[in-house]
Design a protein. Sequence first.
Lengths: 85, 762
Amino acid sequence: MARVVLVGNLAQLTGGVAEFDLSVTSVKQLFQQLGELHPALARHLEDGVAVAIDGQIYQDALLEPIGPDSEVFLLPQIAGGSTLT
Amino acid sequence: MAETMTNGNSQTYVGTRTIRPDGADKVTGRARFGADFNLPGQLIGRVLRSPHPHARIVSIDTSKAEALPGVKAVVTRDDFADQSSEFIPAGEMMMNYKDVVRNVMAREKALYEGHAVAAVAAASVAIARRALKLIEVKYEVLPHVIDVVEAMQPGAPLLHDDLFTVGVEPKPEKPSNIAKRVEIKQGDIEVGFKKADLVIEREFKTAPVHQGYIEPHAALASVSEDGSTELWCTTQGHFIVRAHCARLLGLDIGKVRVTASEIGGGFGGKTVVYLEPLAIALSRKAKRPVKMVMSREEVFKASGPTSGATVRVKLGVTKDGKFVAAFAELKYQAGAFQGSPVQPGVMCAFAPYDIEHVHVIGYDVVSNRPKVAAYRAPGAPISEYAVESVVDEIAKKLEIDPIDLRMQNAAHEGTKAAYGPKFGPVGLEETLNAIKKTEHWNAPLRKWQGRGVASGFWFNIGGETCASLTVNEDGTISLMAGTPDVGGLRASLAAVAADELGVPYDKVRPIIGDTGSVGFNFLTGGSRSAFSGSMAIVEAAKQIKAELCARACKLWEAQPDQVEFSGGSVRPLGALAEKVKPMSVADFAKVAGKTGGPIGGVGRINAQGAGPSFGTHLVDLEVDPETGRVTVLRYTVAQDAGRALHPAYVEGQFQGGAVQGIGWALNEEYIYGDDGKLQNAGFLDYRMPVASDVPMIDAILVEVANPKHPYGVRGVGETPIVPPLGAIANAMEAATGIRFTELPMSPPKVLKALKEKGLSRA
């Protein structure tokens, strides 16, 4: 199970829950599971958060793999992606 | 030329100071900047701007202006459809399209002095100016608020009646000027502060400062009868300009072609649109090309500075120098619309240090100033200045060497950053060591002279990038990138391409392609362009090498394992080497048509793996006790570049960042009168450092390779503006014994502080 931690204001959308243990293999799956668990969070995931997997920050990387023992942080995006229209 | 091996690649040009491909054009005046583009039959566009910092726009009557001979088009808010609320990236910050359309052209209200209210296109500058005077705007003047703390008070003049603070529970029932509250938290600071033997708490204030690019905003638009649109402009991201203009004007992206000019500085301030949609709207209406160039006054009044801020920092430390708890509260001005860089300010504040208990809160606050835009490491210099000042005070109180104190608490590989994840390999300790080893660190000082040190951090990013390599008929290489070259991109990418393909550097011709010539690129920002661009070039070169190997196999009737690409040629291996000779890239170019057609590669990536960058700055300065003037005597920068593709350009980034930081610390500020109007909208009164104000900045390249980049590269452009504010404030304390907690430390403020302490000779 990957350990997932929400950083900053994101936990306000999950009723204050900031840490999760999730069985996910990619960022896409992570977003799906979190969105199902906490629908209020879903739109913000789509809007763009950065995902740090084992210390490495990824942005706009839905297909990035997540290992079974990975430590994952969801952060505010450092800079935007390409979804401009 | 020497050859080195790094990461398994043979490198002849990477890491050397190659000739700049754009150098000759720039020193001879051939280089075309934004205002240098012209088209036959072009009109001149000018903008009517609000004289009021806050006013409701009751009506706009353009009839007299439109009737003036020579006026071909007038546009107002009615020419731009309203936009839905949707946040989009603006540099390294977020902006809402609902606000973007209101910033390029005021709708219900003018929200700052200089806010665009109408624009005209006319046959001459004189006619355009006359036309502006004929536009009748009826304003209902409203109370204004400039200061960030005043804007947060209940009862402050309200800019937006639909702005409710996000990030607080319960959701506010009344609107306010506080757009957002953000925070990061780890550990428990109450527990942490109880462990502290010494706690220092201070409040700091910084002024808004402009990015100060020498080249003003400029745009030339030409819209044809079928709606096809061409735009030439000075920007850090022509693909972003294309997207914004298409959105604001209801155009298909594919019908808009944007060419980025050479850029005379941007530093984050050219990541958004101002004139571009106006020029297109005017050209569409006039059916003629329209050229618009901002005056310097317009640049100051109507394009984004960065935030001014109030920052409170509390840092707890044990008597032996271990940081145990940290708290900060940041209040950042966003300007007239939400979207200050407070979020990165929050995340960066304590990033250089390994602290178990951290809590940082930030507020994004609107006031009647121009909307802020990104400025090098947006938000970080402000919060890190405050933290580095407190760190220095702790060092003095505990009588610990300030470098040793930083070293003791420095973030390193495996440190959990205050914003969450653990760092990979980073080079803060190496920069501290490098500074401590300099002769500068121990050089003697005289009375009224002081020495200061500070460290700084920036994340760096990657992002969507496309770049191409084409092998020309004679074996030369055309390189096309799609991010404007602000600080050595072309030279850096050409060196990578030359090394990857084994061709001479001067046989690679790099250019920046327009939006119709190369695939999508995110903008130049986040210290990403050389990092991401070089990854795309490596990918493009890989494709070429694979293609050449495939063609060699066909020509030589060989199997793939009988050939390899090395040293600029496809080489036969084993027994095949006795039958055929290696073929160079140029050899393949000669027979390209006969062996399958043109040869090229395109790197299309979303670059990940940007390595954070740390830097440490050391400054000596002297204070004149009669005038309060501060002279920077000596300055040394050490920064982790990962791997410097082009050391001279990297050093230039270090030096430029340091000089901009010197200006921020000592002189630069937006000065408003009680009437809410900017009083120093020009370089005579807005005092930026010039060459004669600063010494040669010594640059030390620290190279802790980024393992996620094929050459080890980290972004370098933003980190160097982070430490100067703290380093200079710390040097001022060393020189005068006074802890300056408000920037800029300009002569009047310094003199006042010296007089209050009885230190002035004036």
